[in-house]
Design a protein around this ligand. Structure first.
Ligand SMILES: [Zn+2]
Length: 107
């Protein structure tokens, strides 16, 4: 009897860097997320993805930023957010939609 049940579902992973949103802990493609970098001047939104420094990622969605700003973001960046950082990030979050738009097709 051929018992072929041992075959594991091998996923052929494409070279898409994946990151975790520190707001909701969802893992997804890096380009779907917004990077926040700890710079010598404080935490900055890095829309180019090119700033050097420790980075953390958040969804393009306000609720994740609000959650992240409650602690997860500072934790991920291994720093404390200064009031100025917080203000800047909150301001950025205000420009984001409440929920992510459902227009992202699965490739
Ligand atoms: Zn999220």
């Amino acid at each position: 009897m051929a018992k072929d049940m041992t075959a594991k579902p091998v996923k052929r992973v494409k070279h898409i860097p994946q990151r975790t949103c520190v707001g909701c802990r969802t893992v997804l493609a890096k380009r779907e997320l917004i990077r926040i970098v700890r710079t010598p001047e404080g935490a900055r939104v890095d829309l180019t993805g090119k700033l050097a420094g420790r980075g953390a990622y958040l969804h393009n969605q306000r609720s994740c930023w609000e959650r992240g700003l409650r602690g997860a973001l500072a934790h991920a960046l291994k720093t404390e957010l200064t009031p100025a950082d917080r203000e800047r990030l909150e301001e950025f979050a205000q420009s984001l939609p409440e929920e992510s738009s459902p227009d992202a097709p699965a490739m």
